[in-house]
Structures are given as C-alpha cells and as structure tokens.
Design a binder for this molecule. Structure first.
Ligand code: HEM
Length: 495
C-alpha cells in the first residue's frame, strides 16, 4: 500500500514536471511584442520541421515573399529574425553595424567554443582582440609579403602536377583542391604546408567539414532548442562532439610542434604571434588570449578558409565543363593576356575582365555560404518599425540578395556578362555579398580572392575540362552551412 502511494506520488511529480516543461516551452515560443510576423509553427518545435523539409535558404526566400523582407521564425523557443534582400541586410548589418555584430549564444556554439575563439565569439573584447590579431597576421605572414603570391603560385604548380598524374582520365578533384587551398592558410597559421599524402591532416579536414554539414541539420537545430537531447548517447550531435574533440586534439599537438623553437617577440607565423600576445598580457586578468582560444581560432581560420574557397573552385570546374563556350572564352582571355607558359600573376587580373566576371557569377549563383553565419543583436533595437530584443538570433539570407530581382535581371540564369559593361570592362555590383557586410564581414576576403584567381587561371591555362562521356552530374547542392556540389568526376586534359 505504502509502495503504491510512493509510486503514485512519483508519477504525479513526473507528470507535473513534464507539464511545467511543456508550459515553459510554449511560453518561450510566444512572439515578443512588436516582433516581425512569420509563418505559423508547431507547438514545441516551432518552424524547425520546415527547415528540414527543403533547402532552408530557398524556404526563407519564399516566406519573405509572404511575410516581408524581415520576418520571424521560431526555432523551438529560440526567437529568430530572417533578413532577406539587399536593402534589409544593408539596413541592419551596415546602418546598425554594432547592434547586429553579436553571435547567438546557442547551446551548440556554447558547447563547442564556449563563445570564445574568433568566428563564434560574442561581440566584445574577445572578438576585437582576436579579429585584430588575425587581420594583422594575415597581412604580415600573408598578402603583405612580396613573396606570398609566389608561394600561392608554387602551390598551384604542385596542384596542377598532381592533376596531370590522372592523364585526362576521370577523377574527383575534391581532395586535391582541399589540400592545395588549405595549404595557403597553413602557411600563414603554421609557416608550413602539408603534402597531399598527409592522411592525418586530410582526416582532420574531413571530419571538420562533416561538422559544417551537421551544424545546419534539423537534428542540430533540435539540439539547440532542447539541449537535454545532449544526454542521449547517439545521434548527430554526438557525432559532432566526437569530431570536434578529435580536431581539438590534432590542433593542440600541431600548435605545440610548430611553436617548439619559438623565439619570443620574433613571430614566424600566426601561432607564434598569438603566443607573444599571450605572454604580453599575462598580467592582465581580463585578457582573452588563452591556449584554448588559440586552438579555437586556428580551427576556425582553417575551416573558414578551406571549406569556402574549395567549394567555389569545385563549382567553377563543374560550371566550366557544363558550359564549354564560357570555358572557351576564359581560355581565350588567358591565352591573350598571360600566354601558354608564363605563370599567371595578380598584376594581370585587371586585364582579365571576363575571367573575373565568371568567378563573380560563380560566387553569386552558387551561394557558398547561403545563410552567412548566424548573427545576434547586442542590444534592443527597432528596424522598419519592428521591435527586436537583445540576443535575438539573426539569419542573413545572402542567397536572397543574389537572387533579389530589384538588383539582378533574370537572377536564375548563369550569366557572367552581367558583371561586364557594354565595352567588356568588369563592373562591381552593390548586391554582390558572398563575403557578407558589416563588422563581421569575412576576414579572409582578400586572401580568398587571390587564391580563387590564381588557382582558376592556372588550372585553365593548362587544362581543358570536361565530364567523362559528357554525362552531366547532379547540379543540386549538398546542404550544410556551406553549399557544395555533389561528388562528381572530371577529365582534365592538357591543352
Ligand atoms: C570564397 C571564399 C569565402 C567566402 C565566400 C566566405 C564567406 C564568409 C561569410 C559569408 C562570412 C560570414 C560573415 C558574417 O558573419 O556576416 C565569413 C566569415 C568569416 N570568414 Fe570567410 N569566406 C571565404 C573565405 C575565407 C577565408 C580564406 C578565410 C580565412 C582564411 C575566412 C575567414 C573568415 C572568418 C574568420 C570569418 C568570421 C569573421 C568574424 O566573425 O568576425 N573566410 N566568411
């Protein structure tokens, strides 16, 4: 009898607990007063199911046609606004740059980087210190050096020679491009490159890149909404944590190795420069430099630089094989300006408007980072009459800017000529934002532009690209934080 009443009491307590959790969740899901409108969501999970149903950036663009350029989403109790089209994104990221410069404190980011490092760091002293150090290091150990362009060209040659070993037979160039591109960042971060046979480095990049894909999955949105899911011993979140721990250990060892013979205040690369800053601020209790933040920053710089630039080049190769006439025109321009034997160089870039237009159209059309990186508001604000509270998650739909009909004619058509004027000269476009805008805009834009140009022109100077048996691969992108092509085979024949 006594056992029965204890069981009944426990049962009641459990029901009450579940009920109070449900009520708490439903209250969290209420739209704040004055918040932008948005699609109706389901109880508990809000709009998360809709994000899983189709490509999130496409879904969001469609919703903006119903609810306006700024609308809201409920990510299972996390209030978010989505900015669509050039005008709305500029209004927030540029005109209210400080307010929109924060990152959301989502459980995933909190667990992975404790909101430290650089890319995921909250807007404040930590971000300012890490961004400044990275920008300076990119200049000092990268494009500020006269020899840096030559180092990229050397990597291009190693890359082309590796392609040559396939002798025109079909192969997937994903791994070669990933290695070659990441080596440019590696030179800045560690002062050394990794060979294309380095299995350990390749494995680290592979699982890191798997995490970029997982981070945008509905399962991970669910984890952000209900972090208790974290106690389940299976699921995508566990894979993500396992990969992150492995990457962390790899980078820790690597950082120790490359800093072994360091001479204080004579930095050879980013890691040395960071350790110097740590030494300099060791008596400052507020300093944000730490071994942990060094590992997070190095990881973020490697993946932010590799995943993006690699995907641009993979799409570029795919589109050249898809449109042989466009490839032919790039070949013609290279032959005319660079010639068949000379190494392509940046000083010729301004004489190659068509090649530039093709690369820009790839970036516009393929939307490598379709939703940017999530922002958050650093204080309460008002935009277009809507009240947006502090700590609201802000999604920048960069894809919607590149398909904004106010700024682009027939945006769904791949047409490099839209970046040329009537005399064939290259023209810049306002609504071209692959690197985003405002305080958090991409830190690696200059480096990425150098790499894309040099790799692309070197590749097309030596090779003609076509699909094996002229079979066109699936053009639908693989979804994740970044958009990449489905795996495809290519034949690169010497011209
Ligand atoms: C074509 C290549 C690239 C594209 C399309 C690209 C795009 C972007 C975008 C859309 C953002 C988000 C900005 C925002 O939050 O509003 C970003 C941030 C960032 N990118 Fe890139 N990126 C590229 C290459 C690189 C490279 C080569 C590096 C460095 C090696 C890099 C490092 C970063 C970092 C550190 C951030 C975070 C900045 C911050 O939070 O302050 N990116 N990038």
């Amino acid at each position: 009898m006594w056992e029965l009443s204890v069981a009944a009491a426990l049962g009641c307590a459990l029901v009450l607990l579940v009920l109070s959790l449900v009520v708490r969740q439903l209250l969290k899901q209420r739209r704040p007063a004055g918040f932008p409108p948005g699609p109706a969501g389901l109880p508990l999970i809000g709009n998360i199911h809709a994000l899983a149903a189709e490509q999130p950036h496409v879904y969001m663009r469609k919703q903006s046609q119903l609810h306006g350029q700024i609308f809201s989403l409920d990510l299972g109790g996390i209030s978010a606004i989505v900015l669509n089209g050039y005008d709305a994104i500029k209004e927030c990221l540029v005109h209210q740059s400080e307010v929109f410069a924060d990152r959301p404190s989502l459980p995933l980011f909190k667990k992975m980087t404790k909101m430290g490092g650089l890319l995921n760091s909250k807007y404040g002293r930590g971000w300012t210190e890490h961004r400044k150090l990275a920008v300076n290091s990119f200049r000092i150990f990268g494009y500020g050096q006269k020899s840096f362009e030559h180092k990229i060209s050397e990597e291009c040659m190693i890359f082309l020679d590796a392609i040559d070993t396939y002798k025109g037979k079909p192969f997937d160039l994903k791994h070669l491009i990933t290695n070659a591109v990441s080596n440019i960042t590696n030179l800045i971060l560690f002062g050394e490159r990794f060979t294309y046979e380095d299995i350990e480095f390749q494995h680290m990049i592979e699982i890191f890149s798997e995490n970029i894909e997982l981070a945008a999955s509905a399962a991970v949105f669910l984890y952000n909404a209900f972090p208790l899911i974290g106690i389940l011993p299976f699921g995508k979140h566990q894979q993500l944590f396992k990969n992150a721990a492995e990457v962390y250990d790899f980078l820790n060892d690597l950082i120790e190795r490359v800093s072994e013979n360091r001479k204080s205040q004579s930095p050879r690369h980013f890691v040395d420069a960071y350790l110097d800053e740590m030494d300099r601020s060791k008596n400052d209790p507020e300093s944000t430099y730490s071994t942990e933040n060094l590992i997070f920053s190095v990881g973020e710089l490697i993946i932010a630089g590799t995943e993006t630039t690699t995907n641009v080049l993979r799409w570029a190769v795919l589109f050249m094989a898809l449109y042989p006439n466009i490839q032919g025109q790039v070949h013609k321009e290279i032959d005319l300006i660079v010639g068949p034997n000379k190494t392509p160089s940046l000083k010729e870039k301004c004489k190659m408007p068509y090649t530039e237009a093709v690369l820009h159209e790839i970036l516009r059309f393929c939307n490598i980072v379709p939703l940017g990186i999530f922002h958050a508001t650093s204080k309460d604000t008002v935009v277009r009459g809507y009240s947006i509270p502090q700590d609201t998650t802000v999604i920048t739909n960069l894809y919607s800017v590149h398909f904004d009909e106010k700024y682009w004619t027939n945006p769904e058509v791949f047409y490099p000529e839209r970046f040329l004027d009537s005399s064939g000269q290259f023209i810049k476009k306002d609504a071209f934002v692959p690197f985003s805008l405002g305080r958090r805009h991409c830190l690696g834009e200059q480096l990425a532009r150098m790499e894309m140009y040099l790799f692309f022109t070197s590749l097309l100077q030596r090779f003609h690209l076509h699909f094996p048996h002229n079979l066109i691969p699936d053009l639908k992108p693989r979804l994740g934080m970044t958009l990449q092509p489905q795996p495809y085979l290519i034949c690169a024949e010497r011209r």
